[in-house]
Design a protein around this ligand. Structure first.
Ligand code: PLP
Length: 423
């Protein structure tokens, strides 16, 4: 094969397929295989949304190319939604509709930085954010966050990492992978820092609709007029339970939109038009449904907290939106190996901290995928992971043995992929 782009070769692979492959080897001994590694809603969109999608998909109009920046109805509806949420100014001309939030991020990064420059990402980071930068030849500069500070990034520490090459700081709140919810005052400090240093602040608020009830307003940054250095990203995948329809959005200073449009025209031409029509309707019409899902997710989060309160050895270190970020009880054992044993031997597919450039001690458990009863059933299953690791004999007594694992239960896995590079 002729040579490929070395920046792409050097980019790590997405970790979820690896965990799912290990899960395929699970023998069902401990109960059903649970997908705790992917942030997807376990429920379908409401019937009225499906009907709108079907109706729009059946129209000749939605089969045609649409405007690069998105259909006017959705741009208007989303701008109005941002105004009502943040209490500030946002015009439809500041909104671009993308094929999902991942694409919104890709478009933003292509616009803000070039090969050899850098973007600051708090770690643990969302792996696709780092992968995008890697493949574009932009340095993903790590801003480490830890459990002691609730995985909140420190603006002073961030400032110390800024040099002339850093073009932007990216914050994800509520966070993936930790679930940490950044206080409005912290987001505003980052905004001031970025403004003072003449760089961009990019806020990925994919999980904004899953802030706990009573905390609906994430911050009020645009209240005094949209800051000249702010790009806000969102996803309709989780909020409307339509990840397969690939729809997201970004809001930015209006002057940036023509530049973003150049990238968007090359990578998407226009976003999925039936989904644009359905979401334009759903932003208002499904506000009640989304509030109910917000409450449901908060209930699941509390159920996760209760499970980890009772589990010896395991420690819940952060919780929010779709995610529990936990410390496993297996000491210095590689988190990839823990994840492999959990998936292949126990049917619990979770992602290890190093997949996010995080610590070996951590696992991310995405609980949006499982209902309350299944969350409660996690307790005995996680207990058994620890028991079997402590007593390989217990594992041997199973009628069907799990896939071959190192005798001690945990060790360096030859199959563990090259974890996405860490700081
Ligand atoms: C922080 C974050 N940003 C973006 C995305 C991608 O969302 P979309 O499906 O809209 O591309 C995800 C999905 O998991 C995410 O967690």
């Amino acid at each position: 094969m002729p040579p490929l782009n070395p920046s792409l070769i050097d980019t790590g692979s997405p970790p979820i397929p690896q965990i799912q492959a290990w899960g395929q080897g699970y023998d069902g001994w401990h109960g059903p295989l649970l997908n705790l590694c992917q942030a997807v809603p376990a429920y379908p969109p409401p019937p009225a949304m499906l009907a709108r999608l079907a109706e729009a998909a059946g129209s000749a109009e939605a089969a045609a190319y649409g405007p690069i920046q998105g259909d006017a109805a959705l741009r208007e509806a989303y701008a109005a939604h941002l105004r009502s949420l943040y209490g500030g100014d946002c015009a439809a001309g500041q909104v671009a509709i993308t094929a999902g939030c991942n694409q919104a991020y890709f478009v933003a990064m292509m616009a803000l930085a070039r090969r050899g420059e850098a973007v600051l990402l708090p770690t643990p980071w969302y792996f696709n954010h780092a992968m995008t930068l890697d493949m574009l030849g932009i340095e993903a500069r790590a801003l480490p966050c830890d459990a002691a500070s609730g995985f909140l990034p420190d603006p002073d520490r961030a400032e110390a990492l800024l040099d002339g090459g850093v073009r932007a700081i990216v914050l994800v709140t509520p966070n993936n992978p930790t679930g940490a919810i950044y206080p409005a005052a912290l987001i505003e400090r980052f905004q001031s820092l970025c403004q003072r240093r003449g760089i961009w602040l990019v806020l990925d608020e994919t999980y904004r609709d899953f802030l706990p009830p009573g905390r609906e307003q994430p911050h009020a940054l645009p209240a005094g007029g949209w800051p000249e250095n702010l790009i806000q990203l969102t996803s309709f995948s989780k909020s409307f339970a339509i990840p397969g329809h690939r729809l997201g959005a970004l809001a930015a200073p209006e002057a940036l939109l023509p530049e973003l449009g150049k990238v968007m025209d090359c990578v998407q031409i226009c976003a999925n038009r039936p989904a644009q029509a359905a979401v334009a309707w759903g932003i208002e019409a499904l506000a009640g449904w989304r509030a109910a899902k917000r409450a449901e997710m908060a209930e699941r989060a509390e159920a996760m907290r209760a499970v980890f309160d009772r589990l010896p050895g395991w420690r819940l270190e952060a919780l929010g939106a779709y995610f529990a970020y936990v410390r496993h009880p297996f000491g210095v054992t590689s988190a990839w190996e823990v994840a492999r044993t959990m998936a292949a031997g126990h049917g619990l597919m979770a992602l290890p901290g190093p997949a996010f450039a995080g610590e070996e001690a951590h696992l991310r458990i995405a609980f949006a995928n499982i209902d309350l009863a299944t969350i409660r059933a996690l307790e005995p299953r996680l207990r058994r992971v620890a028991e079997e690791a402590a007593s390989p004999a217990g594992r041997e007594s199973r009628a069907q043995r799990p896939p071959a694992l190192p005798a001690a239960g945990y060790g360096r896995s030859p199959a563990a992929p090259d974890a996405h590079r860490g700081p």
